[in-house]
Design a protein around this ligand. Structure first.
Ligand code: SF4
Length: 254
C-alpha cells in the first residue's frame, strides 16, 4: 500500500493534461469513427430498448457524447457503488445536467452494504478474492441486473487494447443472446487509447480529472489507482490480485 500512496501523491504533484499526453489518432481514425457511428445508429434502430453502461471513464464519455451528438434514443446508466471518487461523482452531476439523453443512476441495497461492512470490515476487498468479489456482487452486479432488466442490448466502452482478456472483444457480442436475450455492443472495440483521447480533445468532451493524475480506468476509490510509466492499463485495478482474475463480473464470459 505504501508504494501506491507514494506513487499517487508524486503523480498528483506532477499531473498534466491527459488530452495533451494521450491524444494521438491512428492513421485510420476517421474510418473507425464512421464505423462506430454506424454501429450506434444500427443498434438504436434495431435493438430497442437498449442502454449504455458508463463508468464515467474516458471511453464511456466518448460514447455518451456520440449518443448525444447523433441524437439517439439510448439512455445511459451509471452504477453508483457508494465508493466512487469525489471527482467521478462531480462528473456524474455535470453529465446529468448537460446530457440530452437521460443518465440513470443505480445504487446497491444499503442494508446489504451495511451488513457486509459489519461482517467483514471496510477493507474486506484486500483480504481475499472471494470477499472482493462479494463486495463487487453487492455494489455492482446486483445494481447491474436492475439496470439491464427488460433491455434488449447494452453498450460498453470495452476495447481490445485494454488487456489480454479483452483482445478478442467484438463490435457486436451475441454470446449472451441465448441465455439472457441480451446483445452487447462495444463500439470502441478497435479504438486505441490515442484515438479515445483524440476524440475527447477535438470535441472538447468533459472528462474525469482523475485521468490527469494517470488513472487509466475509473472505478471504486479503494480498488483503483494511478499507474506509472510502462505499467499495463489493468495495473490500475485490483493491483494486489493475479492479472487473470481482474474483472468485477460485469464483462466476464462464462
Ligand atoms: S471495485 Fe472494490 S469497492 Fe468497488 S465493488 Fe468491487 S471490491 Fe467493492
Amino acid at each position: 500500500m505504501k508504494d501506491t500512496v507514494m506513487t499517487s501523491s508524486f503523480l498528483s504533484r506532477t499531473s498534466s493534461k491527459a488530452t495533451e499526453l494521450n491524444a494521438k489518432p491512428s492513421p485510420d481514425f476517421a474510418v473507425k469513427l464512421a464505423q462506430t457511428k454506424a454501429l450506434l445508429q444500427l443498434a438504436n434502430v434495431e435493438f430497442q430498448p437498449l442502454t449504455q453502461a458508463s463508468s464515467l471513464g474516458a471511453e464511456d464519455v466518448v460514447i455518451t457524447h456520440l449518443i448525444n451528438q447523433l441524437q439517439l434514443d439510448i439512455p445511459v446508466f451509471v452504477l453508483e457503488t457508494g465508493a466512487l471518487h469525489t471527482e467521478t461523482l462531480a462528473l456524474l452531476e455535470r453529465t446529468q445536467a448537460h446530457s440530452r439523453t437521460p443518465i440513470h443512476v443505480y445504487r446497491p441495497q444499503q442494508e446489504a452494504v451495511i451488513q457486509f461492512i459489519r461482517d467483514h470490515g471496510q477493507d474486506a476487498m484486500y483480504q481475499s478474492m472471494d470477499l472482493r468479489k462479494s463486495c463487487c456482487n453487492i455494489r455492482k452486479m446486483a445494481p447491474l441486473a436492475q439496470a439491464l432488466k427488460g433491455q434488449r442490448a447494452w453498450i460498453t466502452g470495452l476495447r481490445k487494447e485494454q488487456s489480454n482478456a479483452r483482445a478478442d472483444v467484438p463490435l457486436q457480442d451475441n454470446s449472451e443472446v441465448s441465455t439472457k436475450d441480451l446483445t452487447k455492443f462495444n463500439p470502441l472495440a478497435n479504438w486505441s487509447w490515442g484515438d479515445v483521447w483524440h476524440y475527447i480533445a477535438s470535441e472538447g468532451v468533459d472528462y474525469n480529472p482523475l485521468h490527469d493524475q494517470f488513472f487509466p480506468s475509473i472505478g471504486c476509490a479503494p480498488c483503483t489507482r494511478a499507474i506509472s510509466l510502462g505499467e499495463d492499463f489493468r495495473a490500475g485495478r485490483w493491483w494486489w490480485e493475479d492479472e487473470a482474475a481482474k474483472e468485477c463480473g460485469l464483462h466476464v464470459k462464462k
